[in-house]
Structure formats: structure tokens, C-alpha cells
Design a binder for this molecule. Sequence first.
Ligand code: ZN
Length: 418
Amino acid sequence: MIRADLLVSNIGELATLARGSVPRTGESMRDLGLMHDATLAVAGGRFVFVGPKRRARSEVRLRTGGMHWDADGGVVVPGFVDAHTHLLFAGDRSAEVELKIEGSTYRDIAQRGGGLFSTVRATRRASSSELLRLAEARLHRMVQGGTTSVEVKSGYALNHAGELRLLSLIPRLARRTGMRLVPTYLGGHAVPPEFVGRSDAYVDLMIRQTLPVVARRRLAKFCDVFCEPGFFSARQSERLLRAAAGLGLGIKIHAEEFVLSGGARVAARLGARSADHLLAAQTGDRVALARAGVTAVLLPVTPFASMSRQRAPGRELVDAGVSVALGSDLSPNSWVESMSVVLSHAIYGGRLLPSEALTAATVNAAHASGLEDVAGQIAVGRSADFSIFDLPGVAHLGYRVGAFPTHISRQGNTISLR
Ligand code: ZN
């Protein structure tokens, strides 16, 4: 007999995402591993039973004092994995909405010292306890939207000590929130004001001074860089990422967000874990990513929040055979904390099918974050990360904009919002 701490019964539709190889590409992105009239059980923070109601009756017992959730015919999905965030920042950029409406672009605003640089100033000034308080509140709202794992980038300090400080806050946040956080070093988010006109010298500094410490102290799992004219060239990005890979870090790249910058080709050449954004990627880039097995992380809220005419090329990437994952790109520029809003933008803007969007937000996002063995799937033995939505079927996720779960479990820690 299986003893459970938590029993979830009466699940109308359970999307396990537990069939097939990882990451999913092409038609396999539509296979959600669905079960109907299912029950699941959790003990010690892990799934101990996932199966039909009838079998659960004879095989599972809730231990005394255990918790029972009635899903009431609703939907259960794996906890969302947000594969791309800039969670750690101080201040806000609400004043930029007006500038965007007047026609200023992200680059225009940044080049005038606003945008990203105003966030750098606010973040450098903020105390660690203030940064922790702000990020913790964001994570609480994210988990209430069904997100249980989050990739978190540094990148708003743009100096040695400041970037190390940001990375050192991430494990503290994970402990405080019970969420699974994946730290990424993004010292190459922009050329810092102190290095204007000397971007190569800043790349040297990252390679010689910061990256070795990040690797030695295991402060980050990945290194990322913003490859874009006015930020870092494809040549500089490749130099930085090669150094990071040489130190054992995984690599990611912000590629082709505004214009074709060559970042996708760098990702393909280096076998990066992911290439992110890709709004301006061309057919040849998509082919190169598919061949190299690089996951495309799409951030479909960003063009919306940037008032850009571009849209996330979800359909094109899936049709080209690229594995597609999703992230919020949570930042002061595109402040979105709910992955179900991201799903809606992936569907209506990126033209992913709802099933593809769910795959992209779970199993493929886990792969993009190096969490393929622990997150993004509901199966016996895996960490109990899941949410219950009061919806008649999984096809309603994303189709309805901004659906919120009624119950959430991250690593077996439960939240009931009903
Ligand atoms: Zn980003």
C-alpha cells in the first residue's frame, strides 16, 4: 500500500507531459501525456502515485493528518518553468510607457541613459535586503500563477562585485520561497556606463575577473549575453561564451531580439543550451538551431510590452523542427509574473497550439533551464510540482487569458487559493 501525505482526486484531465524524449520537437510537442479521471498522490515532496482513480482506491492510502484536494473535475498540469527572467532588480520603469507610446524603442531609451541603465542605477544603490524583499514578493506572485521553477539572471549591476552580489542572493531566495531557481550570470547584459566605447575591455574583465569566480563558487549554472548592435557583437558574445563553456558553465544567448545580429548562429556553433528572443531570426537561423539541437526560448510578452510590430516566431520555429520553450522575460521593461499570460501570448501572438504552448512552458522550459531531470513532468519519483486549474480541459489554458490555479504544490509544499 502506498502512503500519501497529499492526495489529489477527481482530476478531470491530467497533463503528465511524461511521454517521449526531452526536449520535444515537431508533432511530439502536441503530446501532453493526458490521463482522464486520474488521481495523484505525493509523499516526501515527490509523486508516489499517478494513475486512474480505480487503481488509486486499492493502492493508495492517505496517512493520518494528510491533506486531500478535490480537483472537482478540473485540470492538473506540471508546475510551470519560467525559462527566462530578470527577476533581480530595484525600481520600475512605468514612466517609459509614455515614451514607448510616443514611438521610442527599447534601444532609443537605453541609448539616452534610461531604460536598462536606470534599472542598473537603482539596483546598484539598493541594499541586499531590499533586493531580496522585492524579488521574494515577485516570486510569491509567480507561484500563485502556477510557476514552480524559475531561471534567474543577474545583469543589473554590470560590475564585478555587484554581479556576484546578485547571484549570491538567488540561493537565499530559493530557500525562502521553496521554489527551484536556476542562476544565470548575465554580466554581458549591456556595456556598463564606465566602459562606453571600450566594450572589448569589459568583455576581457568578465572573462578574466568575474567568470572564474562565478564558476569556482558555483554561483551560476549558465552564462548568458545580450548579442545585439549597441550591446555585444556576435564576435564578443562568442568569445565570452567560449570562456564560460571552458569553465564548465552552460551557455545561453539573447539573440536577434531587435535585428539580425548573428546570435542564433553563435548558439548553433557553440551548441548552446538555448537561444532566446529570436524575433528577427531568419529561415537559415531556424534550420541551424534545429540541426544543432539548441532550444529556442520565446518571450512573447516582450514585443507586446515593447509595442513592437514583431511577434515571437513560435509557429515558424516549431515547423522548422526547433524545440521551443517559454519564458516571461520578467523585467522592468516587460513586467509579467504569470506564465498563463505568457501562454496566451505564445498562442495568440506566437501562433503555438495550446498543447505546444503547454509543452513549451513545462518540459521544454525545464530542458532550457537544465532541469529536465527534475521539473516539467508529472511522474512517480519526480518532485511534486503541479497546479490545479478550475478549467474543463487543458485546451483552456492560454485560450483563456490569465487563468489562475486554485491549488499549487512546489516540491510538495502546498498552497491552496480556494
Ligand atoms: Zn532577457
